[in-house]
Ligand binder design. Structure first.
Ligand SMILES: C[S@@+](CC[C@H](N)C(=O)[O-])C[C@H]1O[C@@H](n2cnc3c(N)ncnc32)[C@H](O)[C@@H]1O
Length: 295
Protein backbone atom coordinates (compact mmCIF):
# COMPACT_ATOMS: atom_id res chain seq x y z
CA UNK A 1 0.00 0.00 0.00
CA UNK A 2 1.33 3.46 -0.92
CA UNK A 3 2.72 5.56 1.93
CA UNK A 4 3.43 2.63 4.23
CA UNK A 5 6.28 3.42 6.58
CA UNK A 6 9.08 1.19 7.74
CA UNK A 7 8.70 0.32 11.48
CA UNK A 8 5.33 2.14 11.64
CA UNK A 9 3.28 0.01 9.23
CA UNK A 10 5.68 -2.59 7.85
CA UNK A 11 8.42 -4.71 9.47
CA UNK A 12 11.87 -4.00 8.00
CA UNK A 13 15.36 -4.98 9.07
CA UNK A 14 16.14 -3.40 12.48
CA UNK A 15 12.49 -2.68 13.36
CA UNK A 16 11.26 -3.61 16.86
CA UNK A 17 8.65 -6.36 17.05
CA UNK A 18 6.38 -7.65 19.81
CA UNK A 19 5.62 -11.29 18.99
CA UNK A 20 2.56 -12.45 20.94
CA UNK A 21 2.19 -16.24 21.09
CA UNK A 22 -0.21 -16.16 24.06
CA UNK A 23 -0.67 -14.07 27.21
CA UNK A 24 2.50 -15.40 28.88
CA UNK A 25 4.66 -15.79 25.79
CA UNK A 26 5.37 -12.28 24.54
CA UNK A 27 8.76 -11.53 23.00
CA UNK A 28 10.31 -8.17 22.10
CA UNK A 29 13.24 -8.08 19.66
CA UNK A 30 14.70 -6.19 16.72
CA UNK A 31 14.45 -7.97 13.40
CA UNK A 32 17.74 -9.11 11.86
CA UNK A 33 18.33 -11.14 8.72
CA UNK A 34 19.37 -14.72 9.47
CA UNK A 35 18.25 -14.56 13.11
CA UNK A 36 15.76 -16.88 14.81
CA UNK A 37 13.35 -16.21 17.71
CA UNK A 38 12.99 -19.26 19.92
CA UNK A 39 10.21 -20.29 22.32
CA UNK A 40 8.91 -23.49 23.90
CA UNK A 41 6.07 -23.32 21.34
CA UNK A 42 8.38 -23.36 18.30
CA UNK A 43 10.72 -20.97 16.50
CA UNK A 44 10.29 -18.16 14.01
CA UNK A 45 12.82 -17.04 11.40
CA UNK A 46 13.21 -13.26 11.37
CA UNK A 47 13.42 -13.40 7.57
CA UNK A 48 9.77 -14.48 7.57
CA UNK A 49 8.83 -11.18 9.23
CA UNK A 50 10.49 -8.85 6.71
CA UNK A 51 7.92 -6.95 4.68
CA UNK A 52 4.97 -8.05 6.83
CA UNK A 53 2.49 -5.47 8.06
CA UNK A 54 2.20 -5.04 11.81
CA UNK A 55 -0.94 -6.84 12.95
CA UNK A 56 -0.12 -9.86 10.77
CA UNK A 57 -0.50 -13.43 12.00
CA UNK A 58 2.45 -15.79 11.50
CA UNK A 59 3.02 -19.46 12.25
CA UNK A 60 5.89 -20.78 14.37
CA UNK A 61 7.74 -23.95 13.28
CA UNK A 62 5.23 -26.00 15.34
CA UNK A 63 2.25 -24.49 13.51
CA UNK A 64 1.22 -22.41 16.54
CA UNK A 65 -0.05 -18.97 15.49
CA UNK A 66 1.46 -15.70 16.76
CA UNK A 67 0.71 -11.98 16.30
CA UNK A 68 3.24 -9.46 15.02
CA UNK A 69 2.81 -6.04 16.70
CA UNK A 70 4.72 -2.83 17.44
CA UNK A 71 5.95 -2.90 21.06
CA UNK A 72 4.52 -0.05 23.17
CA UNK A 73 6.39 1.51 26.09
CA UNK A 74 4.27 -0.56 28.49
CA UNK A 75 5.32 -3.73 26.66
CA UNK A 76 8.96 -2.76 27.07
CA UNK A 77 8.33 -2.04 30.76
CA UNK A 78 6.73 -5.43 31.28
CA UNK A 79 9.47 -7.50 29.66
CA UNK A 80 11.84 -5.54 27.45
CA UNK A 81 13.92 -3.53 29.96
CA UNK A 82 16.42 -4.14 32.73
CA UNK A 83 15.13 -3.56 36.26
CA UNK A 84 17.52 -2.92 39.16
CA UNK A 85 15.29 -0.83 41.44
CA UNK A 86 11.68 -0.47 42.44
CA UNK A 87 9.99 1.29 39.54
CA UNK A 88 6.94 3.50 39.13
CA UNK A 89 4.11 1.71 37.29
CA UNK A 90 2.24 2.88 34.19
CA UNK A 91 -0.95 3.56 36.21
CA UNK A 92 0.96 6.14 38.24
CA UNK A 93 3.02 7.48 35.32
CA UNK A 94 -0.10 8.42 33.36
CA UNK A 95 -1.51 10.49 36.22
CA UNK A 96 1.88 12.09 36.95
CA UNK A 97 2.02 13.44 33.39
CA UNK A 98 -1.46 14.93 33.76
CA UNK A 99 -0.76 16.50 37.17
CA UNK A 100 2.40 18.15 35.89
CA UNK A 101 0.93 19.26 32.55
CA UNK A 102 3.97 17.90 30.75
CA UNK A 103 3.83 18.57 27.03
CA UNK A 104 6.15 18.64 24.01
CA UNK A 105 8.91 21.16 24.72
CA UNK A 106 8.71 20.91 28.54
CA UNK A 107 11.94 20.98 30.55
CA UNK A 108 11.60 18.54 33.44
CA UNK A 109 13.74 17.68 36.46
CA UNK A 110 13.88 14.10 37.72
CA UNK A 111 15.49 13.15 41.06
CA UNK A 112 16.07 9.42 41.65
CA UNK A 113 16.49 7.75 38.25
CA UNK A 114 16.77 4.10 39.36
CA UNK A 115 16.13 1.87 36.35
CA UNK A 116 14.96 4.83 34.28
CA UNK A 117 11.31 3.85 33.81
CA UNK A 118 10.08 7.32 34.80
CA UNK A 119 12.86 8.89 32.72
CA UNK A 120 11.55 7.04 29.67
CA UNK A 121 7.97 8.20 30.26
CA UNK A 122 9.11 11.81 30.72
CA UNK A 123 11.38 11.67 27.66
CA UNK A 124 8.50 10.42 25.50
CA UNK A 125 6.19 13.18 26.79
CA UNK A 126 8.56 16.15 26.33
CA UNK A 127 9.16 15.29 22.68
CA UNK A 128 12.27 16.05 20.63
CA UNK A 129 12.27 19.76 21.62
CA UNK A 130 11.96 19.08 25.35
CA UNK A 131 14.59 18.01 27.85
CA UNK A 132 14.73 15.79 30.92
CA UNK A 133 17.44 16.46 33.54
CA UNK A 134 17.83 13.31 35.59
CA UNK A 135 19.90 13.07 38.81
CA UNK A 136 20.97 9.75 40.32
CA UNK A 137 23.36 9.08 43.19
CA UNK A 138 24.33 5.53 42.13
CA UNK A 139 26.47 4.99 39.03
CA UNK A 140 25.22 1.41 38.47
CA UNK A 141 21.61 2.64 38.38
CA UNK A 142 22.52 5.35 35.92
CA UNK A 143 24.14 2.78 33.62
CA UNK A 144 20.99 0.61 33.71
CA UNK A 145 18.84 3.65 32.94
CA UNK A 146 21.14 4.63 30.06
CA UNK A 147 20.81 1.17 28.50
CA UNK A 148 17.03 1.17 28.93
CA UNK A 149 16.77 4.63 27.32
CA UNK A 150 18.90 3.38 24.42
CA UNK A 151 16.63 0.34 24.00
CA UNK A 152 13.59 2.55 23.47
CA UNK A 153 15.49 5.18 21.45
CA UNK A 154 14.97 8.13 23.83
CA UNK A 155 18.46 8.74 25.24
CA UNK A 156 19.01 11.91 23.19
CA UNK A 157 16.26 13.79 25.11
CA UNK A 158 17.80 13.13 28.53
CA UNK A 159 20.78 14.47 30.49
CA UNK A 160 21.79 11.79 32.99
CA UNK A 161 23.76 13.21 35.91
CA UNK A 162 25.64 11.18 38.49
CA UNK A 163 25.05 13.40 41.50
CA UNK A 164 23.50 13.61 44.97
CA UNK A 165 20.59 15.95 44.25
CA UNK A 166 20.52 17.10 47.88
CA UNK A 167 23.65 19.11 47.07
CA UNK A 168 21.91 21.03 44.28
CA UNK A 169 21.07 20.81 40.57
CA UNK A 170 22.44 22.85 37.66
CA UNK A 171 19.17 23.97 36.04
CA UNK A 172 16.78 26.87 36.69
CA UNK A 173 13.34 27.86 35.38
CA UNK A 174 12.20 24.26 34.90
CA UNK A 175 8.56 23.44 34.10
CA UNK A 176 8.07 20.44 36.41
CA UNK A 177 9.80 17.85 38.60
CA UNK A 178 9.34 14.21 39.58
CA UNK A 179 11.05 13.06 42.78
CA UNK A 180 11.41 9.37 43.67
CA UNK A 181 13.95 9.04 46.50
CA UNK A 182 13.77 7.95 50.16
CA UNK A 183 14.25 11.41 51.76
CA UNK A 184 12.55 13.93 49.46
CA UNK A 185 12.20 16.56 52.24
CA UNK A 186 15.95 17.04 51.84
CA UNK A 187 15.57 18.50 48.32
CA UNK A 188 12.84 21.11 48.92
CA UNK A 189 15.25 24.10 48.76
CA UNK A 190 16.90 22.59 45.66
CA UNK A 191 13.52 22.19 43.95
CA UNK A 192 12.44 25.70 44.89
CA UNK A 193 15.51 27.14 43.19
CA UNK A 194 15.26 24.94 40.09
CA UNK A 195 11.56 25.37 39.21
CA UNK A 196 9.85 28.32 37.54
CA UNK A 197 7.16 30.13 39.62
CA UNK A 198 3.98 28.05 39.78
CA UNK A 199 5.62 24.86 38.47
CA UNK A 200 4.49 21.52 39.92
CA UNK A 201 6.32 18.64 41.56
CA UNK A 202 5.14 15.08 42.08
CA UNK A 203 6.80 13.05 44.82
CA UNK A 204 6.41 9.27 44.65
CA UNK A 205 6.38 7.78 48.16
CA UNK A 206 5.94 4.08 48.97
CA UNK A 207 5.05 4.55 52.68
CA UNK A 208 2.37 6.68 54.26
CA UNK A 209 4.64 7.95 57.05
CA UNK A 210 6.86 9.47 54.32
CA UNK A 211 3.82 11.37 53.04
CA UNK A 212 3.10 12.80 56.50
CA UNK A 213 6.72 13.82 57.00
CA UNK A 214 6.90 15.49 53.59
CA UNK A 215 3.66 17.42 54.19
CA UNK A 216 5.13 18.77 57.42
CA UNK A 217 8.34 19.76 55.65
CA UNK A 218 6.44 21.54 52.86
CA UNK A 219 4.51 23.56 55.41
CA UNK A 220 7.63 24.47 57.31
CA UNK A 221 9.45 25.53 54.14
CA UNK A 222 6.54 27.77 53.20
CA UNK A 223 7.18 28.03 49.45
CA UNK A 224 4.62 25.45 48.35
CA UNK A 225 0.84 25.34 47.85
CA UNK A 226 -2.00 23.34 46.31
CA UNK A 227 -0.87 20.14 48.02
CA UNK A 228 -2.70 16.97 46.97
CA UNK A 229 -2.18 13.36 48.03
CA UNK A 230 -3.33 10.50 45.80
CA UNK A 231 -3.20 6.75 45.50
CA UNK A 232 -3.99 5.35 42.06
CA UNK A 233 -5.83 2.01 42.03
CA UNK A 234 -6.23 0.10 38.79
CA UNK A 235 -8.50 -2.92 38.49
CA UNK A 236 -8.27 -5.00 35.36
CA UNK A 237 -11.11 -7.21 34.10
CA UNK A 238 -11.05 -10.54 32.30
CA UNK A 239 -12.07 -9.56 28.76
CA UNK A 240 -14.53 -12.47 28.37
CA UNK A 241 -18.04 -11.76 27.12
CA UNK A 242 -19.33 -14.99 28.73
CA UNK A 243 -17.82 -14.25 32.17
CA UNK A 244 -16.87 -10.60 32.44
CA UNK A 245 -15.40 -10.07 35.92
CA UNK A 246 -12.35 -8.56 37.63
CA UNK A 247 -9.10 -10.48 37.50
CA UNK A 248 -8.49 -12.42 40.69
CA UNK A 249 -5.10 -10.77 41.28
CA UNK A 250 -4.11 -7.12 41.14
CA UNK A 251 -1.25 -4.86 42.15
CA UNK A 252 -2.53 -3.86 45.58
CA UNK A 253 -0.03 -1.11 46.37
CA UNK A 254 2.72 0.76 44.58
CA UNK A 255 3.01 4.15 46.29
CA UNK A 256 1.42 7.51 47.04
CA UNK A 257 1.65 10.58 44.83
CA UNK A 258 2.11 13.90 46.58
CA UNK A 259 1.61 16.90 44.27
CA UNK A 260 2.57 20.46 45.15
CA UNK A 261 3.34 23.77 43.38
CA UNK A 262 6.19 26.19 43.83
CA UNK A 263 4.84 29.52 45.06
CA UNK A 264 6.17 32.66 46.66
CA UNK A 265 7.30 31.93 50.18
CA UNK A 266 4.62 32.49 52.84
CA UNK A 267 4.78 35.93 54.47
CA UNK A 268 6.87 37.52 51.71
CA UNK A 269 4.05 39.49 50.03
CA UNK A 270 2.75 41.12 53.22
CA UNK A 271 6.23 41.87 54.35
CA UNK A 272 7.43 43.41 51.08
CA UNK A 273 4.24 44.98 49.68
CA UNK A 274 3.28 48.63 50.13
CA UNK A 275 2.94 49.44 53.78
CA UNK A 276 4.21 45.99 54.68
CA UNK A 277 5.27 45.55 58.23
CA UNK A 278 8.03 43.32 59.39
CA UNK A 279 10.22 41.94 56.59
CA UNK A 280 10.21 38.18 56.30
CA UNK A 281 12.69 36.42 54.05
CA UNK A 282 12.85 32.75 53.26
CA UNK A 283 16.20 31.37 52.29
CA UNK A 284 15.54 29.01 49.42
CA UNK A 285 18.82 27.24 50.12
CA UNK A 286 18.01 26.71 53.77
CA UNK A 287 16.73 23.63 55.51
CA UNK A 288 13.04 23.87 56.48
CA UNK A 289 13.71 25.19 59.99
CA UNK A 290 15.86 28.05 58.59
CA UNK A 291 12.99 30.43 57.84
CA UNK A 292 14.57 33.65 59.08
CA UNK A 293 12.71 36.72 60.17
CA UNK A 294 13.84 40.27 59.81
CA UNK A 295 16.35 39.47 57.03
C1 LIG B 1 13.05 3.78 43.43
S1 LIG B 1 14.38 4.37 42.50
C2 LIG B 1 13.63 5.35 41.23
C3 LIG B 1 12.88 4.52 40.23
C4 LIG B 1 12.35 5.27 39.03
N1 LIG B 1 11.32 6.23 39.38
C5 LIG B 1 11.80 4.31 38.01
O1 LIG B 1 10.58 4.25 37.80
O2 LIG B 1 12.61 3.59 37.38
C6 LIG B 1 15.05 5.60 43.60
C7 LIG B 1 16.44 6.05 43.17
O3 LIG B 1 16.77 7.24 43.87
C8 LIG B 1 18.19 7.27 43.98
N2 LIG B 1 18.56 8.28 45.00
C9 LIG B 1 18.41 8.16 46.35
N3 LIG B 1 18.87 9.29 46.95
C10 LIG B 1 19.30 10.12 45.95
C11 LIG B 1 19.88 11.43 45.94
N4 LIG B 1 20.13 12.09 47.09
N5 LIG B 1 20.20 12.00 44.74
C12 LIG B 1 19.97 11.32 43.59
N6 LIG B 1 19.43 10.07 43.55
C13 LIG B 1 19.09 9.48 44.71
C14 LIG B 1 18.51 5.82 44.37
O4 LIG B 1 19.86 5.50 44.15
C15 LIG B 1 17.54 5.04 43.47
O5 LIG B 1 18.17 4.63 42.29
Amino acid sequence: MAGEECCRDVVCEGCPVLLVVDERRRFIFRVGRGRVQGSDRGVLRHDDLLGLRYGSRVRLSSGVEALVLQPRLVDYMERGLRRRSQVIYPKDHGFILMLLDIEPGSRVLEIGVGSGYTTIVLARAVGPEGRVYSYEIRRDMLETARRNLETVGLLDRVELKHRDARLGVDEEGLDAAVVDMPDPWAVLPVLHRALRPGAGVVFFLPAVNQVARLLAALELHGGWAENRVYEVLLREYEPRCDALRPRTTMIAHTGYLLYTRRVEAAGRRDAEGPGGGQRVAVRADARPQHIVQGG
